[in-house]
Design a protein around this ligand. Structure first.
Ligand code: AMP
Ligand code: GLY
Length: 441
């Protein structure tokens, strides 16, 4: 089988790597790919941008591609799947109207309410004036979100009314956001879990839950980013599995089966285990409840780099089954190991990125399957003295460590990242720290 993977981040490197381990996959093309996919087994980079639908379609048809896998959110929101399917291609990913669960936060909230799935209280507004009135009139209204896609930069979790008004000013006046619509939410507090699920239109199969670290700096300080690292499995999920199953997964599964929800691809459920701070009902005071913060309509980054190394089943079969409604026949098996994924980022990320700087990765001569680098913002250049990898983005790569427990997985990931040579590299030092500490108690 021949697969075309669209995208060029760490997520796409991880997808190509896992697909290359499938005996059913003969050849993989990654458009545009990165320095890592350029060197990945069975894989070749194709110089076509993820938004260039016409060229991607022509390439897929000319090369008799059996399956196209879409990585990033933008092409999905712009209808790449609709365009490709109209040309007879088999595509893993949601069409434009299905992807609305990600590209409109207001729509996702409506769906959650309709399905009776807990989500933060909210209101929407179509102008700064209305939004300001909502913030001023409601003490709960402190989280401000631009409605559309904003690479994680359109969400402002505010401590006060003034901060929320400031956030509205940024959305409406900075010129960085094209949205006129905003969603204003109540602030929830508790730990988050990224629960990615595969969907074929009627069946929903959860993948291994993971926890992302979204803030830029240690101890969850600094601005929100696309994700600075992640780990799996998550003990918190195991502890509340039944509640998550009955209050979130079952309603979604039922809605799919009854045709009230239409979705194919990865439905990424952003969960927050909310702790009611001043609950009058003392009997439930220590039980966090699962709330859905958001949906994404694609694989998460860096969740994908974190969980795919633990997947023992064939990724190609699983993705293909989502395109012909046979996901119910697939059983996904997971390793019992722990995975810790640390993102190596440019020092200025998320405000700026690094371009053209030389970066050297360890050779992994021993072929250690417990230490994996997935490249993201990198490019492979051909120079007179040979090939050279250079930086080309904000999040540059992921170092993944696998082991029998989280403490060792962390050690491996941090040992691995320390062997990467790149001058302006920065990374969080506390990925999975809390989980490793809890496990050892
Ligand atoms: P979203 O893109 O909607 O998931 O928001 C990005 C991040 O902002 C989430 O991962 C949370 O850390 C935070 N966040 C979003 N909504 C809320 C909320 N209602 N209460 C507290 N934190 C939130
Ligand atoms: N890591 C968060 C995301 O992929 O949206």
């Amino acid at each position: 089988m021949k697969v075309l993977v669209v995208g060029g981040g760490g997520r796409e490197h991880a997808i190509c790597w896992k697909l290359s381990l499938s005996t059913r996959v003969r050849q993989i093309f990654c458009a545009p790919g990165n320095g890592g996919t350029a060197k990945c087994d069975k894989t070749e980079n194709i110089d076509i941008a993820a938004m260039d639908f016409d060229k991607l379609i022509a390439f897929a048809k000319d090369n008799a591609i059996d399956l196209v896998v879409i990585g990033p959110d933008n092409p999905l929101a712009e209808g790449i799947v609709d365009s490709m399917e109209a040309q007879g291609l088999r595509v893993f990913g949601p069409n434009k109207s299905q992807a609305k669960l990600e590209w409109s936060k207001a729509y996702a909230k409506e769906v959650l309410n309709q399905l009776n799935i807990a989500t933060a209280r909210f209101a929407t507004a179509n102008s700064q004036q209305t939004a300001e009135a909502i913030v001023k009139a409601n003490q709960w209204a402190r989280v401000v979100k631009a409605d559309g896609l904003a690479l994680g930069k359109g969400v402002f979790v505010c401590a006060s009314e003034d901060d929320a008004l400031q956030a509205l000013n940024t959305i409406y006046k900075s010129g960085k956001f094209s949205d006129k619509k905003v969603v204003i939410e109540e602030m929830l507090s508790g730990e988050e879990i990224s629960l990615l699920t595969l969907c074929d239109g009627k069946t929903l199969t959860p993948l291994l839950p993971s926890q992302d670290h979204k803030r830029r700096f240690d101890d969850d300080l600094g601005p929100n980013t696309g994700g600075m690292g992640a780990y799996a499995p998550v003990q918190l999920y195991e502890k509340h599995k039944e509640a998550i199953q009955s209050r979130v997964l079952e309603p979604l599964q039922k809605a799919l089966a009854e045709g009230k929800l239409n979705f194919k691809g990865v439905l990424y459920i952003g969960l927050l285990m909310h702790h009611e701070k001043s609950s009058a009902d003392k009997s439930s005071k220590n039980q966090p409840e699962p709330y859905v913060l958001e949906f994404n309509a694609r694989f998460g980054d860096p969740e994908t780099q974190t969980i795919l190394p633990l997947l023992q089943s064939d990724l190609f079969d699983a993705l293909y089954s989502c395109t012909d409604q046979t996901l119910d026949k697939q059983q996904l098996l997971w390793s019992k190991q722990s995975s810790c994924c640390v993102i190596g980022a440019a020092q200025g990320y998320p405000d700026s990125s690094s371009k053209g700087e030389t970066i050297t990765f360890p050779a992994n001569e021993s072929n250690d399957a417990n230490e994996i680098i997935f490249q993201a913002g990198t490019k492979l250049l051909s120079t007179e003295s040979g090939e050279q990898t250079v930086t080309d983005g904000g999040r540059i790569f992921a170092a993944v460590g696998l082991a029998d427990n989280m403490a060792e997985a962390r050690q491996r990931a941090y040992k691995l990242i320390a062997t990467v040579n790149c001058q302006s590299l920065d990374y969080r030092r506390d990925i999975a720290k809390r989980e490793a500490t809890c496990q050892s108690k």
